[in-house]
Design a protein around this ligand. Structure first.
Ligand code: HEM
Length: 465
């Protein structure tokens, strides 16, 4: 079991220098620390999505706060310049650093918790599973799971889509990354569901609380993943490698194999990253098409021009510029991951304000993507703002960061794009759906963005495929 007070001795990795001492002479960012111990937690809970938005309106692009559960004050930042400063200074001024309750659930051997050379080494290793060659080899598996689900949804006709999409993305992730078929009908899925749902729960020590149940689901997940690892070690696959093979055969900086504990924790994190975020993104895409019939029609026409009768292949998926724009705009307006957690490992300064060493920093894709200085009518869905040129520019200057940026940029972003595109192309080629009335379409944002009632739809096939 994990220690809730777990802290990483960052100073061991990053000895203090005096380079930024001038920053200490500056003012701290504006904002309030709220109540002793609790900080501003009550506003955080009641304001939901508006907590940061309201404070940015009052204080500008940077403000400070305190929230119970964090080990130090927090600075919220938004906007391209601030993103660049924080994301491009990973390992120099900032490191990825989740609140303790989340660190316990992820484990300290997961890639998100690794630093310096070890982090770079693991990224390199994992990245080999997401290169174009690997991606194109995943397509057949993605297509077979997609067809299976489309058939199931036609039979169901009226259903709640989000939980179905979660199973769909989980089945694909497990099939491709650990060679496990139909994983959504195993206990692994049930425990992932519990674990993901409780990832951001408050860490109370009583056994009946959500957090403790989530810790127990983590323990079961680790055991199940451990069994898979053991079984793979006994029966190595002789076909192409998946992530499980990569992690088992990898050697660390000292020439030793990764520990059993690390392999399990890396798997735990990657499988979650690979299905939770994608379920959110694909569900948002279904809402966008369901609510914007003109965009649906335009994307459908693009598919028709590519030839409906022929099977989708990797090359064809690269030739859907309008669908690319729709996906980019979906990830702008509905980023599955609203932002990320960092810790200042040096005293530093941003926008003329001092950020002391040890303070937490939260960067926000969600609010950066609504910057009126960058995006005209930012609340409107407009795929035309993402031509290939404008996309490149917005991504480069960090006004557009659905996949984060810098050294911690998402390693699965091309896998995510491929799956979103394949799913959308399949739907556009032969299906239609109506979003049913009388349901709550408000979006919850934790742990990923999703519609509160799970998106109830009526689903049909049209003109055959
Ligand atoms: C639409 C889908 C996805 C979105 C929006 C997304 C978003 C993100 C973001 C914003 C980060 C950076 C977090 C930070 O700065 O702290 C990240 C990191 C990461 N993502 Fe994704 N992701 C997606 C899909 C995936 C997939 C499919 C995989 C794997 C198959 C994956 C694996 C990872 C990993 C391992 C990291 C940690 C990288 C590191 O710490 O070096 N993600 N993702």
């Amino acid at each position: 079991m994990y220690d809730p007070t777990l802290t990483i001795p960052l100073s061991l990795f990053f000895p203090m220098t005096t380079q930024f001492d001038d920053a200490a002479a500056m003012e701290l960012p504006p904002g309030s620390f709220g109540l002793p111990i609790l900080g501003e937690i009550f506003s955080f809970i009641t304001d939901n999505q508006d907590f940061a938005k309201n404070r940015h309106e009052r204080y500008g692009s940077i403000f400070k706060t305190k929230l119970i559960g964090f080990d130090a004050p927090i600075v919220y930042i938004k906007g391209a310049e601030a993103n660049k400063y924080v994301l491009m200074n990973e390992h120099k001024l900032f490191v990825s650093y989740f609140p303790g309750s989340i660190r316990n659930l992820l484990g300290d051997k997961a890639i998100t918790q690794q630093y310096g050379d070890v982090h770079q080494n693991r990224r390199k290793l994992l990245y080999s599973a997401f290169q174009p060659r690997s991606l194109s080899s995943y397509l057949t598996g993605m297509i077979s799971v997609t067809d299976q689900y489309l058939e199931k949804w036609l039979d169901l006709q009226t259903f709640t889509w989000y939980p179905e999409i979660q199973k769909y993305t989980f089945d694909i992730a497990c099939k491709l990354l650990i060679s496990l078929d139909n994983a959504s009908s195993t206990p692994l899925y049930r425990d992932y569901d519990l674990w993901g749902d409780g990832l951001f729960s408050f860490p109370l020590p009583f056994p009946w609380t959500k957090y403790q149940k989530t810790l127990r689901s983590r323990q079961r997940l680790i055991e199940q993943l451990g069994d898979l690892v053991e079984s793979r070690k006994k029966n190595p696959s002789d076909s192409t490698s998946d992530i499980l093979d990569l992690l088992i055969s990898e050697k660390d900086e000292n020439g030793d194999h990764l520990t059993f504990e690390e392999v399990n924790e890396q798997l735990l994190t990657i499988l979650f990253a690979a299905h939770g975020t994608l379920a959110s993104a694909i569900c948002s895409l279904c809402i966008v098409f369901g609510q914007n019939k003109d965009i649906f029609q335009q994307a459908k026409e693009e598919q028709e021009q590519l030839g409906l009768a022929e099977e989708i292949n990797y090359e064809k998926l690269q030739q859907m510029p309008f669908l690319d724009q729709v996906i980019r705009e979906t990830l702008r307006l509905f980023p599955p991951v609203g932002g990320g957690f960092r810790k200042a490992i040096q005293p530093c300064s941003l926008n003329g304000y001092h950020i002391p060493k040890g303070w937490n920093v939260i960067y926000q894709a969600s609010l950066t993507h609504l910057d009126i200085e960058v995006y005209d009518k930012p609340d409107e869905f407009d795929p035309d703002r993402f031509t290939p040129e404008s996309h490149k520019k917005l991504a480069k200057n960090m006004s557009y960061i659905p996949f984060g940026g810098g050294m911690r940029e998402c390693i699965g972003k091309e896998y995510a794009r491929l799956e979103m595109k394949l799913f959308a192309a399949k739907l556009l080629q032969g299906y239609e759906w109506d979003i049913l009335p009388n349901q709550n379409m408000d979006l919850d944002i934790i742990p990923v963005m999703k519609p509160r009632d799970g998106l109830k739809v009526n689903f049909q096939s049209v003109d055959g495929i």
